[in-house]
Structure formats: C-alpha cells, structure tokens
Write a protein that binds this ligand. Sequence first.
Ligand code: FAD
Ligand code: NAI
Length: 466
Amino acid sequence: MKKFDIAVIGSGPGGYVAAIRCAQLGLKTAIIEKYSTLGGTCLNVGCIPSKALLDSSEHYHNATHSFSEHGINASNISADLSQMIARKNKVVEQTCSGVKYLMDKNKIEVLEGVGSFKDKNTLLVNTGNETQEIEADKIIIATGSKPNYFPGMEPDKKRIITSTEALNMKEIPKKLLVIGAGVIGLELGSVYKRLGAEVEIIEFASKILPTMDGTISKEFTKVLKKSGFKLHMDHKVQNVENKGETVVVKALNKKNQEVEIEGDYCLVAVGRKPYTKGLSLENAGIQTNQKGQIEVNENLQTSCPNVYAIGDVVRGAMLAHKAEDEGVYVAELIAGQKPHINYNLIPGVVYTWPEVASVGKTEEELKAAGKEIKVGSFPIKALGRARASMDISGLIKIIADKETDEVLGVHMISARAADLIMEAVIAMEYKASAEDIARICHPHPTYSEAMKEAALAATEDRAMHI
Ligand code: FAD
Ligand code: NAI
C-alpha cells in the first residue's frame, strides 16, 4: 500500500493549492480527484469559464453599443455563441492542464477516482473498475460544493438549468428566467443579456445581492434596470415547469398572489451546497452540521484530529480565494508553522459591468452592532478617466470608525472594481485610517482616484472634485 504524509481529496482551488504548499514544505503528498481534469468547480464550471463568457459577451456588447460613439464603424456584427463556448473550453483546458503541470512540478502524486474513508488514516480510491488503498498521516478534505435547489425547482438540465449548463448553451435564450439575484444569477444573466436575451430575475429577498451593502445594492439595481433587466423582487418561487419549448415559473409575490412568468430557459441560482457524497465520513468519525458542511474548529480540523477540511465544504464564503488561503493555512499548520487568515478581509467581487466589489463590514452590519461610523462616498461619473472611457456608473463608499477613523468597510460599484478593491484590502490589513488613504498619492487619471476622494469624504467631508 502506498503511504503519504498528506492526502488531499479534491483538486479545486482549495485542494490543489493545499497540495502545492504541502509539497513545498517537504511533505510527501497525494491528491485524489474523481474527474479526469484537475481544478474543481472553479476551473471547470465556475470562475474561469464564467469570466471567459463574461469577457466575450462584453466585447460583443461594446461592439454593438459603444463602438459608434467611440468613432468606430463596424457593421454586420453578430454573436457566434458556439465560438464563444469553444474559446471558453480552450481557456478551461489550458488552465486545467496548468494545474496538472503544477502537480508534476511539485512531485505530487495525482490519483484519479472517488476518494472515501476506510478508516481515519486509510483512503479508498475507486476508479469504477478498481479500488486502491492508500495510507496518509494527515488528510485534507476539499470536496467543494454543488448547485443547490429547493423543492419544485429541480433542474432537468434541459430548460431548467444550473450554472453548469448555462456555461454550455447551444443557443442564446430568447427569454432567460433566473431564480436568485445573487452572484451567479447576475453574472450569467449579464452574459445572455449582453448577447441579446431578455432576462427576468425572480428573487425571494427585497434587494439584489442581499448580503452586500445596501447602497451598492440600490445603485446596482438602477444600473441593471437601465440596461433592461426585469427584476421581480420579494417573489417566492413555488414551482418551475418545463413545457417543452418554454418554461414557466410560478411564484408568490409580496401580496401573496400567484404570478406566472414564462421564458424559454430558467437558470436556478439559489446558492450552492457542500458536497460530501461518497466520502464515507462515518468511517473516520467526521461530523457534518445541519447545512451539510463538515464541522471544523478554528484550525480547520474536523472531529477526527488528523483530518482537516477546507473551502466550500466548510463554513464561510464559497469563494476560490478563501479556499486557497485555507489550503495554505492547513498545510503550514501541519508543517508546524503559525499561519493566519483574516476572514473579515476576504474580498467579494461580482464580475458584471460595472463590477461590484466589497471588503469588511457593511453599513447595515456596523449599525446593527451599535458601532459609531462615518461614511464617505464618491460617484464614478465625476472622474475624468470614467468620462474618457464612457464607464460612468457607480460609486465608491468608505465606512470608517467615527472616533478613530479606522476603515471598517469599503464597497464599490465601478468599472475595474475587481482590481480596485485590493487597495482597500491592503489598507484594512494594515489598519489604515480613511485619512491615511486620502493622503496617499493616487495616479491621475484613474478610477483609483475615487478611492482617494471617498476617503477624503469619510475623513472630513472634503472630497475635492464634487
Ligand atoms: P471545488 O472547486 O468545488 O473542488 C472540489 C473538487 O473535489 C472537485 O473537483 C470534485 O470533483 C472533487 N471531489 C468531490 N468529491 C470527491 C471525492 N469523493 N473524491 C475525489 N474527488 C472529489 N469564486 C470566486 O472566488 N470567484 C469567482 O469568480 C467565482 N465564480 C464562480 C462562478 C460559478 C458559475 C460558480 C459555480 C462558482 C464560482 N466561484 C467563484 C466559486 C468557486 O468556484 C468555489 O468557491 C471554489 O471552486 C471552491 O473551491 P474548493 O476547492 O472548495 O472546491
Ligand atoms: P447566492 O447565495 O449568491 O445567491 C442566491 C440568491 O438566491 C440570493 O439572493 C437568495 O436570496 C436567492 N434565493 C434563495 N432562495 C430563493 C427562492 N426560493 N426564490 C427566489 N430566490 C431565492 O448564490 P449563487 O448566486 O447561486 O452563487 C453560489 C455561490 O457561488 C455564492 O456563494 C458565491 O460565493 C459563489 N460564486 C462566486 C462568484 C464570484 O465570486 N464572482 C461568482 C459565482 C458564484
């Protein structure tokens, strides 16, 4: 039987990064993946393919909506969805084979098959045809998550689809219904809206991106409505039916009246659930909670002390960079180091256009906690750079402690917010005050000037360019 210091189950961003860090630290490492390609949800059916389609659809949208204003005459422009999907597949293939290269480079043994526990140190790897046993001192579970759905909205993967099918469509929907105004609904809804579909979003809560700062949610709602999204807020979906050529969603509105909404596809995007199927956790005495997450302590250790769990399968944000940081954390902990993760500073980004990004606490959370705060915000339209590129929607909002001026939360909706948010993350990691940010020289003309102006507004209400 092969013996390892560490065996990692699952090769998503949590698992493969954990394996690399273990190998870097001199530990003999194996990684078990049930699919033939490495990279997990993120690389195969998540972050990477969705961003590839977002980028292609954005080019198409710009070509059809803003080229002429820029003085570029382009005629006979059409969207070739099959080519967009083919390009996306190529990006995925290259990225996944990059992970295989990294495994080989770091001398990590890749075992293809479903991993399960025989006991706390023995794993079975089942390929379907045969089962091999391996032994490991420590095991890291990184089995990720799958799309969630509620009774009445079970995806049939034909017209009632999840994000996985939405990334592989054969045609551009005429009218795409989306259940859930969360990250997936807004990103993939944007892809097909830009390609010409009508998009109607049916959301249970009263605001889009319900966990984000209220100001951002309000501003983003305006942007989405202006670009033609139809939003049905406060609607509780009862049932979704595939009628052959169409799909019908029945929902109860705020007044408890039943409404019917018809389209040709329905994307179910109501969250994801942790995935532990087939692991036989009971053979190692590993417990899960009511949400199906593997229970872990502050060291990401399960109820079985030599087994750790990271990423989407445990509590916390379901984000690739959170999974990666947890992978590094566990590897370093096992190697005897003293790693640290600041969960308050895990940034969240929605890759729509404009992009939405945030870090730290929202105004609602801080007020609920009784914190005395001050808020500074600055509209993107006041920036010279924004007018030059015609991306004028949005704002940056900085929330600081009223007394100490320490930055407690930064929320933005802006072109390039996905990259801008890192200034806020770094500032907050070093416990900067709003005035610290305001006094730093920001290059002109850039979107980053809105950070400086929002910080000036938060410091003493002295933004300069408004
Ligand atoms: P996963 O990536 O889910 O990987 C788990 C792996 O474990 C899979 O390969 C699975 O096959 C394997 N596995 C499961 N059980 C077993 C078993 N018993 N034996 C062997 N292998 C097993 N996050 C971001 O931060 N940014 C984004 O832009 C972003 N976009 C997304 C877009 C979409 C459409 C989706 C669906 C998700 C997106 N996410 C994004 C979320 C991100 O993909 C996840 O947070 C991330 O992949 C979690 O990583 P993980 O390693 O925990 O699990
Ligand atoms: P989500 O949690 O972001 O949004 C789900 C939405 O569905 C919520 O607004 C919720 O109120 C709504 N909802 C729940 N039940 C409903 C019902 N019965 N009827 C109507 N609406 C209902 O989940 P989503 O969008 O599925 O994404 C899953 C995960 O994937 C997220 O946790 C996210 O972290 C991750 N992800 C991250 C991305 C990024 O970082 N850019 C991109 C895509 C996904």
